[in-house]
Design a protein around this ligand. Structure first.
Ligand SMILES: [Zn+2]
Length: 193
C-alpha cells in the first residue's frame, strides 16, 4: 500500500537532482531544424520599443543596448517574438520569392533553399520570445554580416555578458551566418562560475 507513494517520491527526488526546473523553463527549449516547438506560445510577451519580446529579457537587453551606446554604437531591436502563424507567413513569403527568382523550382525545392536562411514554422527561436535580431545605425539598420560594421564584432564579444548568445555563428550547420540573431537564456549556476 505504501509502495506507490515511495516510488513517486523517488521520481520527484531524481527530477530535482537532474535540474528539471531548468529543463521545464521554455528559455532553455531546444529549437532546431529537427526540434520543433509545435504551436508553443510563450507567456509574458510585451512591447519593447515597439517590438514584442518576452519581458524576461528586457533588463539584460537594456543593459546590452546601453553598453553598446557607451562604445559609440546605436543598436535597435528589429525583430523579437514571432508566433507560429507569423512564421507560416514569413516562410511562405521567402519560398514564394525563391520561386519568383527561379520559376522552374518546385515548392519543395524552393522551401529547401529558403530553409537555409529562414526557419520553418515551429522551428524558429523567435517563437520563444527570448530571441531578438539586433541591427545598428551604422549599417543603416540593414541585416548584414559584413565585419566592417563594428557592431558585428561588438555583439560577438559582448552579447554573452548580458546572457545572450549568437545562435548561428560562422560555420553553423543550421543556417547561414546570422551575427544579428541573439538568444537569451537565464544564467545558471554553472554558467555563473
Ligand atoms: Zn533572427
Amino acid at each position: 500500500m505504501i509502495r506507490l507513494p515511495i516510488a513517486c517520491l523517488s521520481l520527484i527526488v531524481v527530477s530535482a537532482v537532474l535540474g528539471n526546473a531548468e529543463a521545464a523553463d521554455p528559455a532553455f527549449k531546444r529549437v532546431s531544424k529537427t526540434d520543433s516547438l509545435g504551436k508553443f506560445t510563450p507567456k509574458g510577451i510585451v512591447k519593447f520599443r515597439g517590438v514584442p519580446v518576452s519581458k524576461r529579457i528586457i533588463p539584460d537587453l537594456e543593459k546590452l543596448i546601453a553598453a553598446a551606446k557607451e562604445d559609440g554604437l546605436t543598436l535597435k531591436v528589429r525583430s523579437g517574438y514571432r508566433s507560429y502563424d507569423h512564421q507560416v507567413k514569413t516562410f511562405k513569403n521567402w519560398t514564394n520569392k525563391e520561386r519568383k527568382k527561379n520559376p522552374k523550382l518546385t515548392r519543395e525545392e524552393a522551401e529547401k533553399i529558403a530553409n537555409a536562411y529562414s526557419a520553418r514554422p515551429g522551428h524558429s527561436e523567435h517563437q520563444l520570445g527570448t530571441t531578438v535580431d539586433i541591427l545598428s545605425s551604422k549599417s543603416n539598420y540593414q541585416f548584414t554580416s559584413d565585419p566592417k560594421f563594428k557592431y558585428i564584432g561588438w555583439l560577438q564579444k559582448n552579447a554573452q555578458k548580458y546572457n545572450f548568445s549568437i545562435s548561428f555563428p560562422k560555420g553553423s550547420k543550421e543556417y547561414v551566418y546570422e551575427p544579428w540573431h541573439i538568444r537569451w537564456r537565464p544564467p545558471t549556476k554553472t554558467s555563473k562560475s
